[in-house]
Write a protein that binds this ligand. Sequence first.
Ligand code: NI
Length: 219
Amino acid sequence: MTLVIPGLLTPPEAAAIRAAAERLDFADGRETAGRFARTVKANHQARPSPELEAIQAKVGAALRTNPVFASAARPRALTPLILSRYRTGETYGLHVDDALMGGLRTDLSFTLFLSEPETYEGGALIIQDRIEERAIRLGPGDLILYPSTTLHRVEPVDRGERLAIVGWVESLIRSADAREILFDLDQSVEEVFARDGKSDLFDRLSRSRSNLLRMWAGL
Ligand code: NI
């Protein structure tokens, strides 16, 4: 399941991170790429610093408290967040993300866009499935969550600067199909409760959701 979560950060929060990013040191993104991805990766990533840690903490808190992210990803753990920067001519060619990062299995990838779309050209995230390519270019503070199993790339930036935060989730629920069923059930439970309160239907739906979670968690 690929999902856009609009407004994970408010526009002022995204602007504050952009301003903070201007004071960071950036390193060649190839330093953190795998052997094959290195040949197509041409971007920059913020070097570790207390200022970067403050940004990571702010975004990490927004992720942890967002109910849609929690329901769609069911995170067990997140990799350290990467602040990436693409300037004119920079790109990240077609690749698949590493299956394991720092001991975590990457089930879901996400990109949190930080730059105003009109301040740069190009730089769309392109996610490929077996039929078509989908181009994603979101506003500052908006996040796209997508399966780490996909081939994807970042189109070259033709003008301006594209800042984004990327990261990966190891989910409690290994199966993407199971995650989607639980995501639908979360919405159904909410809707039934909003309509009729704590009815018999609500109780049965809640029990099914809990028992599926019990069945699938950790498999
Ligand atoms: Ni990637």
